[in-house]
Design a protein around this ligand. Structure first.
Ligand SMILES: *[C@@H]1O[C@H](CO)[C@@H](O)[C@H](O)[C@H]1NC(C)=O
Ligand SMILES: *[C@@H]1O[C@H](CO)[C@@H](O)[C@H](O)[C@H]1NC(C)=O
Ligand SMILES: *[C@@H]1O[C@H](CO)[C@@H](O)[C@H](O)[C@H]1NC(C)=O
Ligand SMILES: *[C@@H]1O[C@H](CO)[C@@H](O)[C@H](O)[C@H]1NC(C)=O
Length: 500
């Protein structure tokens, strides 16, 4: 047999080929067709690009290769017969109508036909686990919601900018009630003058473990929070309210206090109005804390005390823009939480970093967002000491050393002094141990980098893909040179073959 027909070799080769190249390989011979067709057709996007006027994939090709499709994406209006694909091995179905973003959506005349076809796709794909619907201005038909509700395998549902009218509310919530993961973003659920009341909710989201709510136009936050009453298995709650609405504090504290959510171990909320005692109460209601993100709250000394029993198990902490969190608090947390994977907070001062210190999370910490507030008098020594500490974090992939400043230009705590300088003559070279670093952010923290520093980064951080910030605030020409160096470097990277 010719070596280029060996499945092992084809497997190796395909890891290095782009989708376009794989598409060409399909036409080489039957063996290659058999190998590459499942790869090329695994993810299939049926769309109509308004701007390039490219026609969508012909329906004949969809019928021929339907059995290979695992991820099927419809985008914008394509003719109704594109929705009758005979695939049976789908895992993910995604539909983006686009009418709400001025993209030609499903016309009123064929919308019913389209949703009926989509319902059939749901019914005929027992392996379907994920359904995503986005930018739907006209409420999907009951037949579609029923198909989703009756499918026993769907675990994840995501709705983004979907509108659900009153007459479909019951079907919609019923469809949601079987999911393990439910994500609702920018939707308008309910259109009437109705009370926004909870009577349209099913009695139980019996399997729901993860609920993500972001900027819903309707129902109002109070009712959004009421959903929590019906999720006995919930372990993770994420909430964002958008510019108009604040967090509905009272129902949140009352539901948490009622003991209805015994498995809740991850909270990710934003709430200017939560006091230290409120966040203390939230932590006290969690029997285990894996993740606590209480962005823009008044998390303070009481909350910190209530978190103490969880120091050994906590994996993710976000205390960004919490004005009561001090540098000493941050130092305490970083010294006490051995399993931290993600840590985000405002600022730590150099006095809170000891010589030769090693944080116990050094084997796990993947993401660090923290401004290092160094003294001006001994700036280089402070930089070196900080780099020595950071050099121990060998799992680190994302590092953001910039700090938030209010629109008035003030940081949220402390004085603006001087942050880390990314320079070899300030000890940057110690960070050659950060072999997994992919992202480095230093927005609004002007640097004085040279090309040698940039070359060093490129040479020692092989995983690096994003460097973001002002490279040299004093020398615009040099700044531009470094920027174009990184641009060339990253666009020239050969994509890594899949690791498995
Ligand atoms: C809600 O939407 C439906 C269908 O579009 C419409 O018939 C109904 O009048 C709307 N209700 C209100 C109160 O706007
Ligand atoms: C709204 O709900 C309350 C009770 O939840 C009820 O007393 C009231 O009549 C309802 N109003 C409307 C307009 O349906
Ligand atoms: C926070 O509370 C104050 C006073 O209680 C209120 O005026 C403000 O609108 C609230 N903000 C949010 C985001 O809820
Ligand atoms: C880095 O952190 C700062 C301060 O918290 C934040 O304002 C900025 O958005 C972050 N940058 C990125 C790319 O996440």
């Amino acid at each position: 047999m010719h070596p280029l027909l060996l499945p092992e070799l084809l497997g190796l080769i395909s890891g290095y080929l782009s989708l376009k190249e794989q598409q060409r390989c399909i036409q080489v011979c039957w063996t290659w067709n058999g190998h590459f067709a499942p790869l090329v057709w695994k993810t299939c996007t049926v769309d109509y690009e308004r701007h390039t006027k490219q026609s969508p994939i012909p329906t004949s090709a969809l019928h021929t290769y339907a059995q290979h499709i695992r991820v099927l994406i419809f985008r914008g209006f394509v003719s109704a017969d594109h929705f009758t694909i005979p695939c049976t091995r789908l895992e993910t179905l995604k539909v983006v109508d686009g009418s709400s973003v001025d993209f030609k959506g499903f016309g009123a005349d064929i919308a019913d036909e389209v949703w009926a076809s989509l319902a059939r796709i749901v019914e005929t794909n027992p392996g379907l686990t994920t359904v995503e619907i986005a930018e739907i201005d006209r409420t999907p038909m009951a037949v579609f919601w029923k198909a989703v509700a009756d499918h026993p395998g769907i675990r994840a549902l995501r709705f983004d900018q979907v509108r659900v009218d009153d007459e479909h509310l019951k079907d919609f919530w019923k469809a949601c009630s079987g999911a393990n993961v439910l994500t609702l973003q920018r939707c308008r659920i309910g259109n009437g003058s109705s009370n926004d009341s909870a009577d349209v909710l099913p009695t139980n989201f019996r399997r729901l473990q993860e609920l993500n709510i972001e900027n819903l136009l309707k129902p109002l936050p109070h009712t959004q929070i009421e959903l929590l009453r019906y999720c006995p298995q919930l372990s993770s709650f994420y909430w964002r309210g958008g510019v108009i609405h604040g967090l509905a504090r009272d129902p949140l504290l009352s539901i948490l206090g009622s003991g209805r959510l015994p498995n809740l171990d991850s909270m990710d909320i934003v709430g200017m109005n939560l006091t230290d005692l409120d966040t203390e109460h939230i932590v006290q209601c969690m029997s285990r804390v894996r993740k606590l993100a209480v962005y823009q709250t008044n998390f303070g000394p009481s909350s910190l005390r209530s978190l103490k029993p969880h120091f050994k198990s906590i994996e993710e902490l976000n205390l960004l823009q919490c004005p009561l969190v001090t540098s000493a608090n941050i130092a305490l947390l970083l010294r006490s939480c051995p399993l931290l994977r993600v840590f985000k907070a405002e600022a730590i001062v150099s006095d809170d970093i000891k010589d030769g210190e090693v944080w116990p999370c050094y084997e796990h910490l993947d993401t660090l967002v923290l401004y290092f507030d160094l003294t001006l008098t001994d700036h280089i020594a402070d930089c070196q000491r900080t780099y020595s500490l950071l050099s121990k974090l060998k799992a680190l992939r994302r590092l953001n050393i910039s700090r938030y400043v209010t629109p008035q230009g003030r940081p949220i705590i402390g004085d603006p002094k001087n942050g880390l300088q990314l320079r070899l003559d300030h000890g940057l070279g110690q960070l050659e141990t950060l072999r997994h670093l992919t992202t480095l952010n230093f927005d609004k923290l002007p640097q004085d980098m040279t090309l040698a520093d940039a070359h060093w980064m490129e040479e020692h951080w092989k995983a690096l893909r994003v460097v973001q910030g002002n490279f040299n605030a004093k020398n615009l020409v040099l700044n531009r040179e470094i920027r174009s160096f990184f641009k060339d470097t990253f666009s020239g990277h050969v994509p890594l073959p899949p690791s498995h």
